[in-house]
Design a binder for this molecule. Structure first.
Ligand SMILES: [Cu+2]
Length: 140
């Protein structure tokens, strides 16, 4: 817990500062804030999103849930295959999130915010998607 509390407090403080700036200028302040959130959640600590696990193998992607509700998810990308993989989250052909590449036996975390609709989760490495590393997810 003590490892979490310092960066969390720092993030809250930064958020408060960003809010103060927004209130003062009323300009678009969202971009840097969300980029900051993404960067700080890469290491795998929970950012408060819901947990979702994507298990990757050669060549498949399996989610531990197939029906999701809209919201923010911390996706645990676990590579149980022998090849390097990644995870891309796409909606209507547009990528909305992409994990780091994950070596065999390794894992990483990708935080994405999903709205209602149909998403495709796939691996963008080589021809893995065509070989079966693709799964559809419906978000309500
Ligand atoms: Cu792959």
């Amino acid at each position: 817990m003590s490892q979490l509390s310092v960066p969390t407090a720092r993030r809250l403080a930064r958020g408060a500062a960003a809010l103060a700036i927004c209130a003062a200028f009323l300009t678009a302040c969202g971009a840097s804030d969300s980029a900051d959130t993404q960067a700080s959640t890469k290491s795998g600590s929970s950012s408060g999103g819901q947990a979702l696990t994507a298990t990757e193998a050669d060549f498949s992607i399996t989610l531990d849930k197939d029906k999701l509700t809209a919201g923010t998810y911390d996706i645990d990308v676990v590579n149980k295959g022998h090849a390097t993989h990644d995870l891309v989250v796409a909606k209507d052909g547009k990528n909305i999130g992409q994990s780091d590449t994950v070596g065999p036996g390794k894992s990483t975390t990708l935080t994405v915010t999903l709205e209602s609709g149909d998403y495709v989760f796939y691996c963008s490495i080589g021809n893995h998607r065509a070989m079966g590393m693709e799964t559809t997810v419906s978000v309500s």
